[in-house]
Design a protein around this ligand. Structure first.
Ligand code: ZN
Length: 521
């Protein structure tokens, strides 16, 4: 089950047999209105059971059983989820306000798990009419004519979620419907006769959940249409009044600033949205890491053993945290959780590429792979003017370096790396070609005095294979570079930092520049 994004697994994590229309799988279900009346889906139980009531009842039941209500959603247990539950218990339409990549769509889609597994509707009805309370003229006429023999079809819950991304060009016809003059002429009917309506998305979501993403982008006229449907069940199509008392749970998402900006949302619509719930990014690197781990494709299908060391995962996650705080990154659009997710995938691919080309047995990700993954980061944040001047690639590089520095501090707060620094100061340099094998790299790293003795703090042991040890040692050098204790360049690799007035440096004591600005909060 995916958190944020467009994963298509079952909504509640349980296996469910796919729906096959009214074929053999539905054999136990009533097929006519008469059978339905005598079944557990009696008129008494179903006729007035709205979708919001249905969700409320099922939610209460699931809470009684201590079910995991939003499986795969992390970090919202004490904030967002209780508010959503309150909205659902109140039978409210609601809106999720949050920046991109905060699991808003995932949560809305997850609401499907609170619907009944199957509901009956009048077979063939375009708007899924309740057999006991049909809205459309066609169904009313049919039940009048066929009575208890009227055919009943069944709709699985997965089909009861309809979603639309709002854009300024969405029309009333898309959303609500249109009248079809040709149909009317052919049938000799009046234009406002509802048999002439070509239904839009909202009526087709009747008896289900209708999600609209980025509500403020919807034209005012459409918002009025939505409001009318929510309020009165009346709507005007091309000037003709049409009665459509739809039964829908409406859920929305919006960027908080757009939503609160004056004039973006018509007041009566805002007034009808029962709850406004704010989403947020993961509060801690650890929470972010569990989301990323869940979402990212890291169980590769190759023949090689794959390993992403914990510190590499932490750095990748920290990049997102750094970006969210960085003044050069536009805060109104936010930095999606998709940044660390696609970055970690690319990091692993970079390691995979190195390993396969070098004919090595294991794939072990290194800090260098994070720099190689910059193409998967730059599209995930919008830059402010100052950032634009610098360029997205450079900003990404700085974010990685800052993230390396911060992660380094977590592992090595009180470690003295003076011997390593000294090795460079007395002229040592480390330049290893990109295509060097792990054992070649490790052999070079071993020459640096005092370096390898620290890799155990990163979980690497002297017995581990060269790739794991080399990755850990490289992280230490990157960390020292992040804190400006040694230098690094494309041409020379790692070398001594240009001499300044001598000062004993603690990695936690910033020495100026941008990077050390970010320290523990
Ligand atoms: Zn109907």
């Amino acid at each position: 089950m995916t958190f944020l994004y467009n994963g298509q697994e079952s909504f509640d994590g349980k296996r469910r047999t796919p729906f096959r229309g009214s074929g053999d799988r539905m054999s136990g279900y009533p097929k006519t209105l008469g059978e339905l009346r005598r079944s557990q889906w009696s008129e008494e139980r179903i006729a007035n059971r709205t979708v919001r009531q249905e969700i409320r009842e099922n939610l209460l039941q699931q809470m009684e059983k201590d079910d995991d209500l939003f499986p795969g959603v992390h970090g919202y247990d004490d904030t967002v989820i209780p508010q959503i539950i309150n909205a659902l218990l109140s039978r409210h339409h609601f809106i999720l306000l949050g920046l991109r990549g905060q699991a808003k769509s995932r949560i809305l889609r997850g609401l499907v798990a609170f619907l009944d597994p199957q509901i009956p509707y009048v077979a063939g009805c375009e708007i899924n009419d309740n057999p006991y309370r049909p809205l459309c003229r066609a169904c009313r006429d049919r039940i009048e004519l066929e009575g208890d023999a009227t055919a009943i079809a069944w709709m699985p819950r997965e089909q009861r979620y309809v979603e639309k991304l709002a854009t300024p060009d969405v029309t009333i016809a898309d959303m609500i419907g249109d009248v079809d003059p040709i149909k009317a002429a052919r049938g000799g009917r009046n234009l406002s006769d509802e048999l002439n309506i070509h239904y839009g998305l909202l009526p087709r979501a009747n008896r289900g959940i209708f999600g609209i993403n980025e509500l403020p982008d919807l034209a005012g006229k459409i918002q009025v249409g939505l409001f009318n449907i929510m309020q009165e069940g009346d709507v005007q199509i091309k000037g003709y009044p049409v009665r459509l008392a739809l039964d829908v749970l409406m859920v929305f998402t919006a960027n908080p600033e757009d939503y609160t900006a004056r004039g973006k949302i018509i007041t009566p619509l805002k007034d009808r949205i029962g709850s406004e719930i704010r989403t947020h990014y993961p509060a801690t690197v650890g929470e972010g890491m569990s989301i990323t781990q869940q979402e990212a494709w890291t169980s590769r299908d190759g023949k090689r053993r794959v390993e992403i060391p914990g510190y590499v995962r932490e750095i990748v996650e920290e990049v997102a945290f750094q970006a969210r705080e960085d003044k050069r990154v536009d805060r109104r659009s936010g930095v999606s959780q998709r940044l660390p997710i696609s970055t970690i995938e690319n990091v692993l691919s970079s390691a995979e590429q190195r390993s396969v080309r070098g004919h090595e047995s294991a794939v072990v990700a290194r800090v260098g792979d994070i720099y190689a993954a910059i193409p998967s980061m730059t599209g995930k944040f919008e830059l402010e003017y100052e950032g634009e001047i610098k360029g997205a690639d450079n900003i990404a590089r700085e974010l990685i370096r800052a993230a390396v520095g911060k992660t380094f501090n977590k592992y090595f707060a009180n470690v003295n790396f003076q011997p390593v620094v000294q090795w460079f100061e007395i002229g040592g340099e480390l330049k290893v070609p990109d295509n060097a094998s792990s054992s070649e790299l490790l052999a070079q790293l071993k020459k640096i005095q005092g370096l390898l003795e620290h890799i155990e703090a990163l979980g690497a042991k002297p017995k581990d294979d060269a790739a794991i040890q080399a990755a850990a040692a490289e992280f230490i050098l990157e960390g020292l570079w992040a804190h400006k204790r040694i230098s690094r360049s494309e041409e020379r690799g790692f070398f001594a930092e240009a001499r300044k007035a001598s000062e004993p440096r603690d990695p936690r004591e910033p020495t100026g520049g941008r990077m050390p600005r970010r320290q523990f909060n």
